[in-house]
Design a protein around this ligand. Structure first.
Ligand code: SIN
Length: 354
């Protein structure tokens, strides 16, 4: 016999209660089981790689890191476990490079700008309007210049494994539409820690503010800075577009990553496991380039949809002449970096696009 009772306008039977209790217990059991499985996988693995990054999982780098983790697990038959920590959950990029030195974190893929304190030549990629397009950029990354820069990072106590793409950066702000370079005058822009990026905004008469990625959204929301520069995938996944009024499709600079491993950790790996890492990186890198293009394109459509629907964001597409004015203004900073980046390296990169 079932007992029925009324609760908040709904009749329940005794069985409902029992089922609910069972359901709760099952949920708890499943939760504990997945924790136990995760813990046992870590325990069963001979090596654990903590892979730290600062972006969302649904970005080119986020997807590639997750794919890499899966492939390493498969290829090593569980001997290596890769734990991916997105969204700066573990630490920011500045800290991560220090932590990797003593193997507290084993892998990361910071943007080139974040390496410039270590290898100033990597600021090459921050130079505004250096690359004609993605094809030109890839020629530089995959060619002699790219190899030289990987070696420079290797010499600093890391194992440089690959270049991962994101894309070209766009400008956004909350004060006025950025159509002419002069429109940026007096505005505060968040930048990554790179002397080139600081100089770039100074050339516009703007005020650059160096800030970690994880703080950008609230800085934009609270008006600590007026604007920022980033790729579409970062602007979309971190919702910067929701706290900005204008976005100029400037494609003025490139944002890419170098995937690095702690040298201390690498040196401990046996030859067969090093092979696994190299294979998984090769596969992840090939996929990452495709995802970078796809995600930046599809996420742009989503931002556009938001702009059209809400009217809260104005997207500015520069004419050829308008863009030319930005190119002319911003390329004036190149000679300032002939010393630190090297005139030779800059010229080689330019030549690759001719
Ligand atoms: C990233 O894409 O890893 C973050 C870049 C930034 O700090 O703006």
């Amino acid at each position: 016999m079932s007992i029925y009772f009324l609760y908040k306008n709904t009749w329940f039977s005794q069985n409902d209660i029992i089922d609910k209790k069972k359901e709760k217990k099952m949920k708890l059991f499943k939760g504990l089981l997945s924790l136990a499985v995760a813990a046992s996988l870590s325990l069963a693995a001979d090596y654990v790689i903590k892979f730290s990054h600062v972006v969302s999982p649904n970005t080119p780098k986020g997807k590639a890191a997750d794919f890499f983790a899966k492939r390493v697990q498969e290829l090593s038959h569980g001997k290596i476990k890769v734990e991916v920590y997105p969204n700066a959950q573990l630490c920011g990029d500045k800290v991560v490079l220090r932590k990797m030195k003593f193997n507290a974190v084993q892998m990361a893929a910071p943007s080139f700008s974040k390496f410039t304190g270590l290898v100033p030549q990597l600021a090459l990629f921050d130079l505004p309007f250096l690359f004609n397009d993605a094809e030109h950029l890839h020629k530089v990354l995959d060619g002699e210049v790219g190899k030289t820069l990987l070696n420079m990072v290797n010499k600093k106590g890391y194992v440089a494994l690959a270049y991962w793409d994101n894309g070209f950066k766009q400008l956004s702000d909350s004060k006025r539409a950025l159509i002419k370079p002069e429109d940026a005058k007096g505005l505060k822009f968040r930048v990554m820690s790179s002397k080139v990026l600081i100089e770039q905004f100074k050339a516009l008469g703007a005020i650059p503010v160096v800030m970690p990625f994880s703080e950008v959204y609230s800085a934009l929301q609270q008006g600590v800075v007026d604007g920022q520069e980033n790729t579409i995938s970062n602007i979309y996944t971190k919702k910067f577009y929701e706290v900005q009024k204008y976005m100029t499709l400037s494609n003025h600079g490139y944002l890419g990553y170098m995937v690095v491993m702690s040298k201390k950790f690498w040196n401990r790996l046996p030859a067969d496991m090093k092979k696994v890492i190299k294979q998984a990186i090769k596969e992840a890198t090939a996929k990452e380039r495709i995802w970078a293009k796809e995600l930046n394109d599809s996420q742009f459509e989503k931002i556009k949809e938001y702009a059209d629907k809400t009217g809260k964001l104005q997207i500015i597409k520069l004419t050829k002449e308008q863009r030319e004015a930005w190119v002319k203004k911003l390329r004036t900073i190149y000679p300032k970096f002939y010393g630190t980046i090297g005139k030779d390296l800059i010229q080689k990169a330019i030549k690759a696009g001719e």
